[in-house]
Design a protein around this ligand. Structure first.
Ligand code: EPU
Length: 336
């Protein structure tokens, strides 16, 4: 059990955009106790940032403080009944390896979230989602260690989950490290195939089963989303905007083909990928940054791009969307 502190360390392996930059210190820890020891010894310096696989991050300059990364990687079965299983999962477990483990064991609930890059801790902070499922559907509670050396447990309600949001994204909660996530999964067959493309692909693969749902999601994602190992990216760069019904009616009168989804709250969600494509950005480049040619919501590093090149492209894209539709896109990625 230990803490490894590496001064002036490259952050390239810690951001899926593949941006070459550095952290003043990179800190990797094996256990909660390691973190607490560091807090108590006064070894923490500001500013700091906790990363998972860096699949939702854009670095625009060298990070002047400590970048933390968890090596808590165990998956513990806390309780198992005939109906469900409760797991306690280390924040540093690779999310997709966790999904594969659940599918192998016949546990239902996270298969729609297959192939999402990143780690379990970040998944719970960011409330990752895809194909009709969000992390918050399965998270029971979240264990944290704070900068001041406290251990706390947050229930799902405490986390106040919303679309790509949890309380851990609030500025006053930034002094917390998510160390472990409790996840409850079904052992009885339960599929969520409401997202049309998934159901079709599952049928093509031979019908409903956990491995087929996982494979269907993998196939769909691979057909639309670039593999960060091949082409740097952070998945969707922007969130899908939710506009008021009045704003939606006004836009729909001008753009009758505009896709949209009703939301449980008052507004209407419009796919940002469509807005960006309508502005002519799909497949276009600015320097070494580009809008992916198969999914306009994804910005890619064509090779050697700086964080600022990606940022400049994102600003040009959102400016076009604002000019054409009057909608301000909000980045989904965290920019540093
Ligand atoms: N669309 C276009 N052009 C594009 C892309 C999308 O017109 O280039 C329109 C189409 O109408 C399409 C609709 O947008 O039917 C939705 O596209 P898609 O199914 O690809 O989903 P998305 O809304 O663009 C969201 C998530 C993804 C997640 C998918 C599937 C956000 C910000 N993104 O994308 O999550 O995989 O749904 O559930 O909510 C991520 O967060 O990094 C991510 C990849």
């Amino acid at each position: 059990m230990s803490v490894e502190v590496r001064p002036d360390s490259s952050l390239k392996p810690y951001n899926t955009f593949g941006i070459e930059t550095t952290a003043a210190f990179l800190v990797e820890y094996d256990t909660e106790e390691d973190l607490l020891d560091m807090c108590e010894s006064g070894g923490m310096t500001l500013p700091w940032l906790h990363v998972g696989a860096g699949s939702n991050l854009l670095f625009t300059r060298p990070f002047p403080g400590m970048v933390f990364h968890s090596r808590i990687r165990d998956i513990e079965v806390v309780r198992e009944t005939a109906d469900d299983v409760l797991l306690r999962v280390g924040g540093g477990v690779i999310w997709d390896e966790f999904v594969a483990h659940c599918v192998r064991n016949g546990w239902y609930g996270v298969e729609n979230l297959s192939l999402i890059p990143g780690e379990v801790g970040a998944a719970a902070v960011q409330n990752i989602g895809a194909y009709g499922v969000e992390a918050s559907d399965v998270v029971e509670k979240v264990e944290t260690v704070s900068f001041s050396g406290r251990r706390d447990v947050f229930t799902r309600e405490d986390c106040r989950y919303a679309y790509r949001w949890s309380i851990f994204k609030q500025a006053d909660m930034r002094d917390r490290f998510v160390t472990r996530v409790w996840i409850r999964l079904d052992k009885k067959e339960a599929y969520k195939l409401g997202y049309g493309a998934v159901e079709r692909e599952v049928d093509r693969l031979g019908g409903r089963s956990l491995p087929n749902v996982r494979q269907a999601v993998i196939n769909i994602r691979q057909s639309k989303l670039p593999d960060p190992k091949v082409m740097g990216n952070a998945g969707s760069f922007f969130m899908n905007p939710v506009v008021s019904r009045e704003c939606f009616e006004r836009l729909a009168a001008r753009f009758p083909d505009m896709p949209h989804y009703e939301t449980p709250q008052a507004g209407v969600k419009i796919p940002a990928g469509w807005l960006i494509e309508q502005c002519g950005w799909k497949g276009k480049s600015l320097g070494r940054a580009a809008v992916y040619d198969r999914q306009a919501l994804v910005l890619v590093n064509k090779g050697g791009a700086t964080g600022n090149e990606i940022l400049a492209l994102s600003e040009a894209v959102s400016q076009s969307v604002e000019e054409k539709f009057g909608i301000v896109l909000k980045p989904e990625v965290n920019i540093y």
